[in-house]
Structure formats: C-alpha cells, structure tokens
Design a protein around this ligand. Structure first.
Ligand code: ASP
Length: 342
C-alpha cells in the first residue's frame, strides 16, 4: 500500500511538472563575453572557477523565474552576479580606459512594452544594470550618460562608489599590453586607426548580459560592460544602445550582445536579429546565425549574442574562439559553455 502511495505521489509530481513545463515555459540565458577564449589559456582550476560563476549567475536568474519573478528581475539578478565578479568585463572586472579609470555602460529592455533604460560612461556605480533599470522605471528618459546619470543615481538613493573599487591587476596588465602594442605600431608609422584595427580581439570585447522569459510570457534583455580596453574620449560601445547591444520585444525575441561594439552599432545587431524573426518568420537560431556569421563575419565584426523567444527557445551563436555562456529552462538542465566545442 505504502509503495503504491509513494509511486502514485511520484507519478503525480512528475505529471504536474510535465504539465507546468509544457504549459508555462520559462527560461534564461547569460553570457560573460565573447573573445579569444581558448582552452590552453586556462588552468583546470581557473576553468572550474569561471564555470562555477556562470552557473551561479544562470541559476540565480532561474530561481527568480521559478519563484514567479519577472524576466526583468531575473536578467538583473543574473547580471549582478557577473558584475560582482572580477572575472568578467563589467562592474568589478571592468577594463581600464586610456586614462587608467573605468567607464561603464549598461542597458535593459522589457519585451512586454518596449520600455528601456540605459546608462553610458558611468564611473561610480557598482551595478550599472540596476541604474539602467532605474532609468527605465523612474525617469522619463531612455539613456543617461556620465555625470548626469550619476546625479540621477544620487537622487534615487544609489550609493556612489570610488572608481578604484573596479581596479584589478589582470586588467591593468592588459591595458599596459594594449598601450605597448599601440606604441609599437606608431613607431612603425602605422596611423592610429590602422594600429587600433590591428589590435587583437581580446582588447575590444568582453561584457556580460542576460535574456529571460518569465512565466507570464514576457521576455527581457540586459547588458553591462566596461567597454573596450584603452578606450578614449568618452567612447561608448553598443551595450547601452537599444537595438545594437540589447533588444527585447515579445513579438520576436530578446537579445544581448557581446563583441566589437562599433560593428554592433553600425549593423544594429540585436534589433536586426529580432526583425528577421518578426518579419521574415525565421527561427532565432537562423536569424542569429545569419547576423553573426553571414553579416558580421565578412566585415570583421567579432562577437556573439544570446537570444531567447517567447516559447523559451534559446540560441547562443558567436564567431569568436569562445564565449562565456550558460542557459537553463523548464525543458533543459543547466548548460555551461566557454569554448567553441563545449
Ligand atoms: N560590446 C562591448 C563594447 O564594445 C564589448 C563586448 O561586448 O564584448 O563596449
């Protein structure tokens, strides 16, 4: 009798989970940046630490969804985990500008109503994605920059932090390497543009982002970054630009990008992927592959995207050696990838 009861209780649980998974899908995907990420650059310990942090981020976001939170909350929660880690180029691990400071960009978009918020060139905000969310929720604007964004933060009770909290040794060394390479190119009489173009991908990419679908059928996307190593003159990348680095619309999909921002802005990458889904009826796999491989690759635009649609499908295309990434959904256990063949 007891056996029967146990079996029947198990069957009921399994059945109700199946029904939930089938009827109310929810899902999340995250990235920690694309780039020249190769297995031989990692010790086993370092690789394990990166994988653990990606897993922690995707599972933190998934838990929010599981508990009935919105896709916006899940996206911000997952991104906070990555911003708070020195491993990724956002928040604590942000790269250095030419002047040896850190300037960060972030944006978030709600697929339910196309509301969006973004900040660009902020220096004293610990979690820029949260400020982007405040811009969306509490201001009448979409994008705020620099000192103005920080004075808005102050008015919202956000603590301003010392720029030095974003200092890390490995990013400082990377800045020095980038400067040395630019100097050498100059000595070889290369002009600034040619020298910059010749710089390895590693100095131009790195970001974090998340896309999610919640139980209410709404998608959202968010992206947060320190931008490009050795950047000058208040350079802003694609990450805070709605349509380029971030886009979300329930009618098509939600996208967060990572890659050489100048290309992602000029090719309007995130919105182009969603437009192909909406107007050409393409799957997110097909649309993502076309833009990342067929559009960006031939012109030298390196990077990748994470995409989710309102059915909970996930696609993670990139044209670089690797991309830090993870996903989890009601129909898929946690996946974590770093290298191409993961
Ligand atoms: N897109 C970012 C930028 O150009 C970098 C990255 O996402 O990898 O600022």
């Amino acid at each position: 009798m007891l056996t029967f009861l146990l079996v029947s209780a198990f069957a009921n649980t399994a059945f109700s989970n199946t029904v939930l998974a089938k009827d109310v899908p929810f899902a999340i995907a995250i990235h920690g940046g694309a780039g020249t990420i190769q297995k031989d650059h990692f010790t086993p310990e370092k690789e394990a630490a990166y994988r653990a942090k990606l897993k922690e981020s995707v599972e933190a976001g998934y838990t929010v969804l599981e508990q009935g939170g919105t896709s916006l909350d899940a996206v911000a929660t997952a991104i906070n985990v990555l911003e708070n880690s020195p491993f990724f180029n956002a928040g604590k691990g942000a790269v250095y500008t030419h002047d040896e400071t850190h300037e960060m960009d972030a944006s978030i978009m709600d697929g339910k109503n196309r509301q969006a918020g973004a900040v660009a060139g902020v220096k004293h905000i610990e979690n820029p994605i949260n400020l982007a969310r405040l811009v969306m929720d509490e201001s009448v604007h979409v994008m705020l920059s620099g000192a103005g964004a920080e004075s808005f933060a102050h008015s919202q009770g956000v603590k301003l932090v010392d720029n030095k909290i974003f200092d890390t040794d490995h990013r400082y060394k990377s800045l020095q390497r980038a400067k040395a390479k630019m100097k050498k190119a100059k000595q070889q009489n290369k002009d600034y543009q040619a020298a910059h173009f010749a710089l390895d991908t590693e100095y131009k990419v790195g970001t974090v982002g998340a896309v999610a679908l919640d139980k209410f059928g709404n998608v959202a996307a968010g992206t947060s970054t320190g931008g490009m190593t050795n950047k000058r003159y208040g350079r802003i990348g694609d990450s805070p630009v709605i349509g380029a680095g971030t886009f979300a619309d329930n009618a098509s999909c939600a996208v967060s990008a990572t890659g050489h921002g100048e290309f992602f802005i000029r090719y309007n990458v995130a919105a182009d992927i969603c437009a192909r889904v909406q107007y050409q009826g393409k799957s997110i796999d097909q649309a993502g592959k076309e833009v990342i491989h067929d559009v960006l690759m031939p012109v030298g635009g390196t990077g990748g995207v994470i995409i989710i649609d309102s059915k909970g499908n996930i696609s993670l295309p990139f044209n670089t050696k690797g991309m830090y990434r993870a996903s989890k959904s009601t129909s898929q256990v946690t996946y974590v990838g770093i290298f191409k063949d993961d």
